[in-house]
Design a protein around this ligand. Structure first.
Ligand SMILES: *Cc1c(COP(=O)(O)O)cnc(C)c1O
Length: 482
């Protein structure tokens, strides 16, 4: 179809190509498990296949679609493959993709309630749903003093939590005069690096961040936390923020929220709880113990874009006292003033995160929850955990492998007994095979393989095949070494 004179895509052409693209995605999902999971291109290879200059004249959509297959797809690492066991997942699903498409179609910029009331109100409502679905303490709901907001990522949520902590403890003076270098923040040695980044962005200084020791399960040691806070107070510093993690990225360790929370309450520190992947498990009553003590926290976040079938980006961030967050981030230039805001009867989410503009992300989350229902979401979370535990059982039963950390949920950290170098070679060979994708970490200074079961379409047979391949490849390697 030729573009019309005004260069726009006509509604008819949009229908035609829109359907073709949806078909392409559906076909992709049908074949994705047969594609090599990890992209095999070399650095620069994709750019080499792209024309040096942009097209002067518009091109037919068919030509763009052709390049999708020939140029782009080889450079894709297939995060949506059921054989993707690396990092933590970034999973998607039919309803979330359609919600995303609709968000693009409406093209709403929801910075203020008045710039699209549905964008704000659906978000508030769905985040209250989510709070109930995870059985979060009531204070995180919007009908109390708190409330939830969708952020792009857990990194942004941590930053907003840290900024709020900084302002609360300084009586909002840091916003006016800058940091005096006395504020300190606390994480564990296993906390995600995004908190260190937040400390840098917030101007608190990386030297003011304390990495507290962990116990043998890699969970934060509350006693060590209390001691670190005491030392800083003695030195005339101002302890202000603790980040506890529910499901650390390295090994899925669960920090003891209740004990950490008591310390924060007694010492007047802001407690942020990062449940980026594992928070989703609280959908199931039998896993809710992971959030035990959350009522002592000031903020909490988890990522439906990791383990709740909602495509990137979607982080749910909750605060117990929204006034602190809003006072920390609020700005009101003349050109944004409006009656609804002045009435005080509405939420303006631009004051709840770093950017001004915001997408209609609640749509995809709403689609996912309505499509699966709480029951459907629980079903998949339970299956993932069951598969991971079964895999852990196989590792334990094998004479040449061992578990490297407890398996509270859906991440298995394990290693071959033949040492770091062997495990490194094993990982490379497995990933080169294209049949699966695993990543590694170090625990107690040892090289460890990680297998995370959380991809939307991962089934028993994929996990069984992964274990078969891991064992067979290890045997081959061991034979070659002799
Ligand atoms: C993945 C992860 C993050 C960072 O996630 P983003 O949403 O990409 O910022 C933070 N914390 C934990 C525990 C994670 O697993």
């Amino acid at each position: 179809m030729e573009p019309k004179k005004d260069y726009h895509m006509t509604p008819e052409a949009f229908r035609l190509y829109g359907r073709a693209l949806v078909d392409w995605i559906a076909d992709y999902y049908e074949r994705v498990e047969d594609l090599p999971v990890l992209s095999r291109v070399k650095p620069g290879e994709i750019r080499e296949r792209l024309p040096k200059d942009p097209p002067e004249q518009g091109e037919p959509f068919e030509k763009i679609m052709k390049d999708l297959d020939e140029v782009i797809l080889p450079g894709i690492t297939h995060w949506q493959s059921p054989n993707f066991f690396a990092y933590f997942p970034a999973n998607a699903s039919g309803p979330s993709i359609l919600g995303e498409l609709l968000s693009a179609g409406l093209g709403v910029q929801g910075m203020l309630w008045s710039t699209s009331p549905a964008c704000t109100e659906l978000e508030t409502h769905v985040l209250d749903w989510m709070a109930d679905m995870l059985a979060l303490p009531r204070k995180f709901r919007s009908d109390g003093a708190g409330g939830g907001v969708i952020q792009d990522t857990a990194s942004s949520a941590s930053l907003c939590a840290l900024l709020s902590a900084r302002e609360r403890i300084t009586g909002y003076r840091t916003n006016e005069r800058g940091c005096d270098g006395r504020l300190t923040a606390y994480v564990s040695t296993q906390t995600h690096s995004s908190v260190e980044k937040a400390v840098k962005i917030a101007g608190m200084g990386r030297e003011q961040l304390r990495a507290v020791a962990v116990d043998e399960t890699f969970a934060m040691d509350p006693k060590a936390l209390g001691e670190a806070i005491g030392r800083d107070r003695d030195a005339g510093l101002v302890p202000c923020f603790v980040c506890a993690t529910v499901g650390t990225t390295s090994s899925n360790a669960l920090d003891p929220l209740r004990e950490i929370g008591r310390i924060c309450r007694d010492e007047g520190l802001w407690l942020h709880v990062d449940g980026a992947m594992s928070g989703t498990a609280a959908l199931c009553p039998e896993f809710r113990h992971i959030l035990d003590g959350l009522e002592l926290a000031d903020s909490f976040c988890f990522n439906p874009h990791k383990w709740m079938f909602t495509n990137f980006d979607c982080d749910c961030f909750y605060v117990a006292d929204r006034e602190v967050l809003i006072r920390t981030l609020s700005i009101l230039p003349e050109y944004l003033k409006n009656k609804a805001t002045e009435s005080g009867a509405v939420i303006d989410y631009r004051d709840w995160h770093v950017p001004l503009g915001r997408r209609f992300r609640a749509l995809k989350l709403w689609f996912v929850i309505r499509h699966y229902g709480v029951e459907g979401l629980r079903y998949h979370i339970r299956r993932h955990v069951a598969m991971a535990r079964e895999f852990a059982g196989w590792v334990e039963a094998a004479e040449d492998f061992e578990l490297a950390a407890p398996v509270p949920l859906n991440l298995v950290c394990f290693r071959h007994l033949a040492g770091d170098e062997f495990n490194r070679m094993l990982l490379d060979r497995l990933n080169e095979s294209g049949s699966l994708f695993l990543t590694h970490t170090t625990l107690d200074d040892r090289f460890v393989l990680r297998l995370c079961v959380a991809q939307t379409r991962t089934e028993e047979r994929h996990v069984e095949e992964a274990w078969r391949l891991i064992r067979e490849t290890a045997r081959e390697l061991a034979a070659e070494e002799k």
